[in-house]
Design a binder for this molecule. Structure first.
Ligand SMILES: [Mg+2]
Length: 326
């Protein structure tokens, strides 16, 4: 049984995405091209006018769930021929979505596509959108035995193949009725709002846990997803910078750097995120014959930039080889 509100998003381990009109906006009308090619395919197959073919197409969609299913059942077509033909579309109309690209990269957990289209169509679109690297698998219509969503075949194959526990999975779809089996299996659901009748059909049920207008923004707001904080992309942690500079200047035979910022939380110079108070123990031949004060001066000179900006306090132990640390 589904729970009324689904699992908290922070507990989701597997994210399942429909492809068409979900990972890209319906407003780009890519599906119009697919739809038109379906009409062409039927007109050619049955040797009828485009108008008559469109009537067949709509009838099959209504009576068999998808046009392809109707063609397989009634006309015994090879589904691979049909899919190869209808997916030969120009993706130029699908706009880039940097918010979605970034959100998927930072979102914890596995991501899987579950589509009534073909594997090749999914791979083309994921590449076009620049999000292929975020996904670990595609369950396409062939993997579902050509039994399209909302039939259970594809959902079961996805759970089996990727060893998904439905209670920790969330499924995102623009066709509301395709979320009924997902919720019944125990998944949390998110409906990408699409006003078309065929997509919104069934969107009022309690199998819909989230309604999404912008998928990238929805995923970016998931607790646990790393925020796009410029500090996160700082070139190098302070301790690494200290290590790099001291190694280059002193060629040490011993070097220990300890970030002690956590001991100084709330004290002068402390900052959220730490990296303000360090203890450094360094052993180098460069210190032979020099006083403790002269050694420390050399270190302070080497780390002048860090001491002027990010490092508030530096506790130093400076040794020449063979000296004890006492
Ligand atoms: Mg869709």
């Amino acid at each position: 049984m589904s729970t009324p509100r689904g699992r908290p998003l922070v507990e989701i381990e597997t994210w399942i995405f429909d492809l068409d009109n979900t990972l890209y906006p319906a407003s780009c009308r890519l599906f119009d091209q697919i739809h038109a090619r379906m009409t062409d395919f039927i007109a050619e197959l049955l040797d009828i006018t485009p108008e008559a073919a469109l009537t067949v197409q709509k009838t099959y969609f209504r009576e068999h769930g998808t046009t392809m299913r109707g063609l397989m059942t009634v006309n015994r077509i090879n589904p691979e021929d049909f899919l190869a033909y209808v997916h030969e579309v120009d993706l130029a109309c699908v706009p880039p979505d940097p918010v979605l690209v970034n959100a998927l990269m930072k979102l914890p957990g596995r991501k899987i596509v579950h589509t009534n289209g073909s594997q090749r169509h999914a791979e083309r679109l994921l590449d076009h959108l620049g999000i292929a690297a975020s996904f670990c698998g595609v369950i396409d219509i062939a993997a579902a035995g050509y039994d399209p969503k909302p039939a259970l075949a594809g959902y079961h194959e996805l759970l089996r193949r990727h060893e998904v526990s439905p209670g920790s999975a969330l499924m995102v779809e623009d066709m509301a009725r395709n979320l009924v089996p997902a919720a019944t299996l125990g998944m949390t659901t998110a409906w990408v709002r699409n006003p078309a009748d065929w997509a919104a059909d069934g969107s009022n049920g309690d199998h819909i846990h989230h309604i999404v207008d912008n998928l990238g923004a929805f995923l970016a707001a998931v607790p646990g997803a790393e925020p796009c904080d410029p500090i996160q992309s700082r070139s190098m942690p302070v301790a690494d910078t200290i290590r790099s500079k001291l190694t280059e200047r002193f060629a040490p035979t011993g070097l220990e750097i300890e970030d002690q910022s956590h001991l100084h939380v709330g004290h002068e110079g402390a900052r959220p995120g730490g990296e303000t108070h360090f203890a450094v123990a360094i052993t180098s031949a460069a210190f032979i014959g020099k006083s403790r004060v002269a050694r420390q001066r050399l270190v302070y000179e080497t780390l002048g930039d860090e001491l002027a900006t990010s490092v508030h306090a530096l506790s130093l132990t400076t040794l020449a080889p063979g000296e004890g640390s006492a």
